[in-house]
Design a protein around this ligand. Structure first.
Ligand SMILES: *Cc1c(COP(=O)(O)O)cnc(C)c1O
Length: 532
């Protein structure tokens, strides 16, 4: 007998042998032990950094960081011990990272992750399942389906709803508007956008959102080939919620102009104010005019787990699609979001079968097919994180955290109202508090009365001065590593913002930060007015 497997021309001595670096992979008892050591080492380095750091940030500026990191080898020819590499990471990166779990880290929708979710991260990265095909992620695919179903239940979606995990609100909003556009074009213009691209009428497609909506509505319009001019901004009321009569007027105007509005984007929890559009009223308009209602609940979606806060989302079950972020008020490590679709059949608009991933015959057999529901191909098993968190803390455990930070926002707003040097820009609806230091208050101006005699007294109340002082307050607190506040602009004038997510932040922490804002404001105000 000649030929056959294993008898190719190569002699044994010529066979490729695994490289030394194979020891850096799991797969045998030695690999398992090396993995355990590596994770232990990473854990030690991290905890050591947490234990020795003070405040939310060291304050190092970007130029210093660029200079320092410029000398770090990135692709050295020869490696060194993991110990040494992690030591470098600790010194060069961890010590100058934002500490999201610090009680004074109150800037962005950037949460401290739960410990159960961090444990889930270890498991999901270790197993490295990929959700683009069942044969790369069998149990993970089915568990993601279960988690998506549970999320649909949280929002009272009917049977037949579907969804997928996403990298966050940006991706979820794009997916919602993509389906909305293609759904509209199919019915109105008998156009299969997936195959034939945009119809000639596309120049008149419009989507509506409030002026407080997230910028990703504009971005999605761009990415969808409609252009940002297709986004019609609807004014908000005094509480920064979409003004329904303005929405009606806008819809009438677009109809009169012969435009094709195809979607309303409601926001449940605007990024700046936490304000929640009147979703029920939006759903009425969408139903009357046959529009797709997409609700961007990236921030406020977390209300769905709280019996007390849930009514804030009234009507969300009528939305055609929902974006919800788990890496914000659900306390999951980045990235973790979901897109939910009320009528899962509409996913056919995205259908895609690849011979190597999900051939049609698998669909016929009911094999999970998540790649067709997502704009991504390779995709992490991020659904494991909320699964582990929900099961470890219970729905009510997590809801307590959400309720607490909302209560904290109300209490902080009371403090701000009681301090004459501060101005509250909007009543908190969720856990965001937008406010300003007010250089224009009487005693502030009186202190500079001799100068004010000469200069125009309105000088210190001008938007220009208010803006400069508030920006400088935030910059100083950041540079000193004392507190991390966010900045935004309200009606054209810069303002400061707390976004409260950390259940360990107390009112006393916030009082200290507010006192620091006032102290800095008083000093800066003099500087700004003097230099004017
Ligand atoms: C954060 C946010 C987004 C963007 O979500 P990412 O998860 O950052 O992609 C969209 N909409 C709202 C209202 C948000 O707060």
């Amino acid at each position: 007998m000649t030929g056959g497997l294993g008898q190719a021309s190569r002699s044994r001595a010529d066979e490729p042998t695994p490289p030394a670096a194979a020891s850096a992979f799991l797969g045998d008892p030695e690999g398992n032990a090396a993995y355990a050591d590596a994770i232990e080492l990473a854990r030690e380095v991290l905890v050591e950094s947490f234990a020795t750091a003070e405040g939310p940030y060291a304050g190092t500026d970007h130029e210093t960081l660029r200079e320092r990191l410029a000398d770090l080898p990135v692709v050295p020819d020869e490696g060194e011990s993991l110990d040494a590499v992690l030591e470098t990471v600790a010194d060069e990166v961890l010590d100058d990272s934002v500490r999201v779990h610090d009680p004074d880290c109150v800037a962005h929708l950037h949460c401290p992750p739960t410990i159960p979710a961090l444990a889930a991260e270890v498991v999901l990265s270790g197993t490295n399942q990929s959700l683009d095909s069942f044969d790369q992620a069998p149990a993970a695919s089915v568990l993601e389906e279960r988690v998506v179903d549970a999320c649909c239940d949280l929002f009272d979606y009917p049977a037949g709803a579907d969804g997928v995990f996403t990298g966050g609100g940006t991706e979820s909003n794009l997916l919602g508007l993509l389906l909305a556009r293609d759904w509209y074009c199919e019915r109105r213009f008998d156009r299969d956008v997936q195959a034939a691209g945009l119809p000639p009428e596309a120049a008149d497609l419009r989507l509506l959102c409030s002026e407080a909506a997230h910028f990703t509505a504009d971005q999605a319009a761009h990415h969808l080939g409609l252009g940002e001019d297709a986004v019609v901004s609807v004014p908000t009321d005094g509480d920064r919620r979409m003004d329904v009569s303005a929405l009606d007027e806008t819809l009438d105007r677009l109809a009169a102009e012969g435009r094709h509005p195809f979607a309303i984007v409601g926001t449940a929890g605007t990024t700046d104010f936490g304000s929640i559009d009147p979703v029920d009223a939006l759903a009425d308009r969408a139903a009357e005019r046959d529009l797709w209602l997409h609700v961007d609940a990236a921030y406020g979606g977390a209300c769905a787990i709280s019996d007390r806060l849930r009514p804030k989302l009234a009507g969300i079950d009528r939305a055609d699609s929902i974006a919800v972020d788990f890496h914000k008020l659900f306390y999951q490590p980045i990235g973790c979001g979901a897109f939910l679709l009320r009528d899962g059949d509409r996913y056919r608009l995205l259908e895609r079968n690849a011979a190597y991933l999900n051939p049609e015959r698998d669909d016929a057999a009911g094999v999970p097919n998540l790649v067709s529901k997502s704009p991504r191909t390779t995709r992490r098993f991020d659904a494991l994180k909320p699964f582990v968190t929900f099961n470890a803390l219970g729905r009510t455990g997590l809801a307590d955290c959400v309720e607490y930070v909302c209560d904290l926002a109300d209490a902080a707003a009371d403090e701000i109202r009681a301090e004459p040097a501060l101005e509250l820009c909007c009543e908190p609806e969720l856990s965001a508090v937008v406010f300003r230091y007010r250089p224009d208050r009487t005693d502030g101006c009186d202190r500079t009365a001799d100068r004010a005699d000469r200069a125009d007294r309105t000088d210190c109340s001008s938007g220009e001065v208010v803006g400069r002082v508030n920006r400088a307050i935030r910059d100083e607190l950041f540079a000193d590593g004392e507190a991390l506040l966010a900045r935004t602009t309200v009606d054209g004038t810069p303002a400061l913002k707390f976004t409260l997510l950390n259940p360990r932040t107390t009112l006393s922490d916030l009082r200290d930060t507010l006192a620091a804002v006032v102290d800095r404001g008083e000093a800066l105000e003099r500087e700004v007015i003097d230099s004017a």
